[in-house]
Design a protein around this ligand. Sequence first.
Ligand code: PGA
Length: 259
Amino acid sequence: MNRKYRKTIIAGNWKMNKLPSELKTFSEALKALVPRAKWCEVAVCVPAVMIPGAVRAFKDGKVCVGAQDISAAEFGAFTGECSGAQLADAGAKYVIVGHSERRQNHGETNELINAKVKTALANKLIPIVCVGESLEQREMGVTLEVVTLQIKTILSDITAEQVKKLIIAYEPIWAIGTGKTATAEQAGAVCTAIRALIRGMYGARIARSVTIQYGGSMNGKNAAELLAQPDIDGGLVGGASLDPAEFAKIIMAAQELEE
Ligand code: PGA
């Protein structure tokens, strides 16, 4: 983390878990666990149907609400999709774009993700752009090539001013939901390489200001070590964000490093 230049952001990704009726209990539990003065930037990315309820449940806390996907289209005949305007109007501030589960289960390509990032920015949503390699790619030693291609395609036609507004989440696919975390050094090295790539594309000033999160089995135990890496500015947290106590530990680990 480097608090001087960029924000630390801890974002939960609830995936397809929890019910709208469970929001209030969760928000109250989280609030009780994190001392009031101690909040860093925190978001919870919920299923679209839960966005309005989450905005209500978290309204007096410091937690912002995010969505987990966005349509690349503006409006119209796209059954089952949600537009950027709808997500923003419902109260979302963030939106996860290009999560590996969407790539794997819904065939999302880097080109489609590029279109989604543009739609998110046009609607003043902050995209959390996910990149990361598979186990096979890591074992073949092509992690940086894969991540570079993902980022170059996803950021094509994105201006420097726009890049400053988005978040990049480095999520090695083999670490997601598996309990296998990348070591802090492995994760930190890829995040440093991502920042170097952004520096090459947009210059040092922009690269310094972009928040880069790590995601993949982050939890209350490993968060501090991961977040202590100079180029890891937060976490995109799946499983551990479903439990208020575990999520609070991650938030506090980030906050303690910030102080
Ligand atoms: P995990 O998920 O923390 O459960 O590994 C992270 C993610 O998919 O964003």
